[in-house]
Design a protein around this ligand. Structure first.
Ligand code: PGA
Length: 256
């Protein structure tokens, strides 16, 4: 095994989005921690990104379990007059090691562009967090034959100076696949991941071999095995299916 492939240990991320009150969040986290602590260990890293309100409670549940915590977004500033926002140091303080930035629901719903995403990723790095930078084309981009161009542009613009495979993960999430039950075929996923790595190589003059690139968008227990077997796919970012500890654990097991 080369050093590059060793550093590309599978990464399985649960993105709960805006779902979960205290009681059900704790219950789901406990169920996942029980799976992870059971006999069927997996060869991969697991990160759960709950709503910010649950971070401190889940830190206690996951303590010693090997499950890491992540935020779903962070502000580009470390503190200040930004009502409603959460900063990267706050996430770190709450026990996070990771944070998602540039999710398409932030790009579309909050008007975030590549420059802002790069600033958020830089803030994550400054706080010692691993940035999970999301990119992905819309249905219109794909229909127009521009998918790879859009992916390349987003990768080029959304990664800050100082990004490295040790502090950054890129998640390829086609917008049209998120929450729809539709996924690209294996050849399209492979091409997109190759494009992400090529964009990284252009941006940083190398190093793409060690970069973990994840797929996200309608990953389920049914399709996870096929997706994780696609060359260049180093893990998955799971939304809807991660709201069931059992379904998410089945997805995790697909990387064994
Ligand atoms: P989904 O969401 O798994 O529900 O499609 C993935 C994501 O948005 O990260």
């Amino acid at each position: 095994m080369t050093p590059a492939s060793r550093s590309r240990r599978p990464l399985l991320i649960a993105n709960w989005k805006m779902n979960g009150l205290h009681a059900d969040g704790i219950e789901r986290a406990r169920a996942l921690a029980a799976h992870v602590g059971g006999a069927e260990a997996i060869d991969g890293d697991i990160v759960v990104c709950p709503p910010a309100t649950l971070l401190f409670a889940l830190r206690a549940v996951f303590a010693g379990s090997g499950v890491a915590l992540g935020g779903q977004d962070c502000h580009a500033q470390a503190e200040g007059a930004h009502t409603g926002d959460v900063s990267a140091p706050m996430l770190s303080d709450a026990g996070c090691s990771h944070v998602i930035v540039g999710h398409s629901e932030r790009r579309a719903g909050h008007g975030e562009g590549d420059e802002q995403v790069a600033a958020k990723a830089a803030a994550a790095h400054a706080a010692g967090l691993t940035a999970i930078v999301c990119v992905g084309e819309s249905a219109a981009d794909r229909d127009a034959g521009h998918a790879l161009t859009v992916i390349g542009r987003q990768v080029g613009g959304s990664l800050p100076e100082g990004a490295a495979p040790a502090n950054t993960v890129v998640a390829y999430e086609p917008v049209w696949a998120i929450g729809t039950g539709r996924t690209p075929g294996p050849a399209d996923i492979e091409a997109a991941h190759r494009q992400v790595r090529a964009g990284w190589e252009r941006r940083f003059s190398g190093g793409g071999d060690a970069l973990r690139v994840l797929y996200g968008g309608s990953v389920s227990a049914r399709n996870a095995g096929e997706i994780l077997a696609v060359p260049g796919v180093d893990g998955v970012l799971v939304g809807g299916a991660s709201l069931s500890a059992d379904a998410f654990w089945q997805i995790c097991q697909a990387c064994r």
